[in-house]
Design a protein around this ligand. Structure first.
Ligand code: M6R
Length: 597
């Protein structure tokens, strides 16, 4: 949520910041702005709307300087207009800040500062930080920032600059921030992607750390003033992975990337029918597993419950991370708490992990972004290696998560000394190829999307392991096409949702050929007889007659079926959004990683 990029060095600063912002735009796109120290003054330019609006500003021309901070906003406090856009300045217009997070005590702080004579321009919580720093400033920007941060409650990823000081001060609590170490240049950024073109050397700031960067050097302390030695990490992926590569949108590219992404999740993890996961965890002592996650990751956790209870016979609970953290959950030492997160930065999931740790449970992360906060907080982890996911709607991370859970489940069996189902291992190795086969039907799916795009609502139905797939199909559709959709267990439909059915109402069934097919057929008939339009995603070749539209997926084992079944649903949502003229990469009101509560 919100993207920050800051630079100190000799490169042309405006194009560098704008390009970085564009890469970070998936984090929020309500407004954007930048501040550059041009030698005489701090020059702030901001616009409401997308970065393309900021880019149009004539004021950017001839703007030069060697220190700058920039921000793309996902609004929390204050409407997304130009005044509330970041950067924010102090009264003297000598200190500029960009902030990601929420200052929870901003109302009280603002009152105190107003009484001291500070005047405020915006409705944001963030502006208090600029005035607080101004209030504490006695010749050292780092000291003033540290003192200011000791007064605030809440979360921040923060970059601060001051006229006449050739440095940037950056700080983090709860909102991701990295320092990029270049050659005679330094960066501060919310995400390595924003600076990858310039450097692959990064330092991940941890909570309550404050970095002071100059062109040549960096210094990191905690908010109590203690110096900290930090490791410089080398980013292993490159800029090519965050380009659209000829696809119209990142989402479409990421859907089509899934066969390779699945191969990457598998790479090196199955050898001679042995599961290789280097986990710092004694899985034999696990008595219960609790999954915590949000959104799409929560749906893969639900699938995880089916997989683990079936294969391992270990009881599994699945919690929304946001609920788990506040309900004083019963967690015991022999529980394993698994956090699933694409970004590894979701605030609720992170807080839930901390709750589990405080109750002495062991924690495991199933995370895509290498080096992300959750991956550093957990006792042990499995990276997805799905590659950067830029589209706001999660696609390849979802299928990677399900596969990673399955590998973990098989690993538990292996560690117990139990025999692993040989045919399941074989089927896993065929999975990427089977996923690829689904794309042969993408034109057919686009036509179905065209036919359905004006529908006002959809119902997605699935049973067993496919119930979470139905939920995921509904989430995908509503978040990028703004069409209301609900996911239900197929048989549950007659307990209420059936009232929605009228002529032409689209109902999407996700259905495996198994012992429940006949039961689902009755539910299909119940919808059909009320005029509903039946769209079936299935590996069963005998359902043509009962459907209005049918999308076949290759047959696979039950545990793997969600991975194949979800792909047509992702495509369907994508095409509906695109045909409606909506940018599926940046749907309204959303941001890729939700780093606020
Ligand atoms: O990065 P995370 O997996 O922790 O994110 C969780 C949700 O915010 C995320 O899955 C969200 O629901 C997506 N927009 C779904 O497509």
């Amino acid at each position: 949520m919100c993207g920050i990029i800051s630079y100190i060095g000799d490169k042309e600063i405006v194009p560098l910041l704008i390009k970085g912002l564009k890469i970070l735009e998936y984090r929020g796109y309500d407004s954007a702005g930048l501040c550059i120290n041009n030698g005489q003054e701090l020059k702030v330019i901001k616009r409401s709307g997308r970065i393309s609006e900021l880019e149009k500003s004539d004021d950017l021309e001839n703007l030069k300087g060697d220190v700058g901070i920039a921000h793309t906003r996902w609004a929390t406090h204050g409407v997304p207009n130009e005044i509330n856009a970041h950067p924010h300045l102090d009264c003297k217009k000598e200190i500029a800040i960009v902030h990601n997070g929420i200052i929870e005590n901003y109302v009280g702080l603002r009152e105190i500062l107003k009484k001291k004579g500070h005047s405020f321009i915006s409705n944001t919580d963030s502006e208090v930080i600029a005035h607080l720093i101004e209030d504490f400033y006695q010749g050292d920007l780092t000291e003033a920032t540290i003192n200011a941060l000791r007064c605030v409650d809440g979360t921040f990823g923060l970059a601060v600059m001051k006229k006449n000081e050739n440095k940037i001060v950056a700080a983090r609590r709860g909102s991701p921030l990295i320092v990029g170490v270049g050659d005679n240049e330094m960066f501060v950024c919310s995400d390595a992607a924003g600076i990858l073109e310039h450097t692959k050397k990064v330092i991940y700031l941890d909570d309550n750390e404050v970095a002071t960067i100059t062109k040549e050097d960096y210094n990191i302390r905690d908010v109590y003033g203690n110096g900290i030695d930090k490791k410089v990490h080398e980013i292993k992926w490159d800029i090519g992975q965050i380009e659209k590569k000829g696809f119209k949108h990142f989402m479409l590219k990421e859907i089509f990337e899934q066969p390779e992404a699945l191969e990457n999740t598998l790479r090196g993890r199955i050898k001679d029918e042995n599961i290789k996961l280097s986990l710092n965890l004694d899985t034999r002592s696990i008595k219960r597993i609790i999954f915590i996650a949000c959104g799409t990751s929560w749906h893969s956790a639900l699938i995880g419950k089916y997989i683990i209870e079936k294969i391992n016979r270990i009881p599994v609970e699945v919690d929304y991370a946001s609920e788990f953290r506040y309900r004083n959950p019963i967690v015991q030492e022999y529980d394993l708490v698994i956090a699933i997160s694409q970004s590894g930065e979701t605030a609720d999931t992170l807080a839930a992990i901390n709750e589990a740790k405080s109750k002495k449970a062991k924690t495991l992360g199933i995370v895509n972004v290498v080096g992300s906060t959750i991956s550093r907080e957990v006792d042990s982890g499995i990276y997805l290696h799905s590659g950067p996911e830029i589209g706001v709607a999660s696609t390849k991370a979802f299928t990677g998560q399900v596969l990673a859970i399955l590998l973990f489940s098989l690993y538990i069996e292996q560690e117990k000394g139990n025999k692993i189902d040989h045919s399941l291992i074989e089927e896993i190795s065929r999975l990427p190829e089977k996923a690829r086969m689904i794309f042969n039907d993408s034109e057919k799916i686009r036509k179905i999307a065209d036919d359905l795009k004006e529908s006002k609502a959809f119902l997605f139905l699935g049973r067993g392991i496919n119930f979470p797939v139905a939920l995921e199909g509904a989430l995908k559709l509503k978040e990028i096409s703004y069409i209301h959709a609900e996911g239900y267990p197929t048989a549950e439909m007659k307990h209420g949702p059936i009232a929605l059915i009228e002529n032409g109402f689209p109902v999407i069934f996700v259905l495996n050929k198994d012992n429940l097919t006949k039961k689902c057929l009755s539910n299909i008939e119940e919808i059909k007889s009320r005029g509903g339009k039946i769209i079936i995603v299935t590996n069963d070749r005998e359902l043509e007659e009962v459907s209005d539209e049918i999308i076949y997926v290759p047959f696979t084992k039950e545990e793997l079926s969600p991975i194949l079944n979800v792909i047509p649903l992702q495509l369907l949502s994508y095409y509906i959004a695109d045909l409606k003229g909506i940018d599926p990469d940046k749907p309204r009101n959303l941001a890729k990683s939700v780093t606020v509560e």
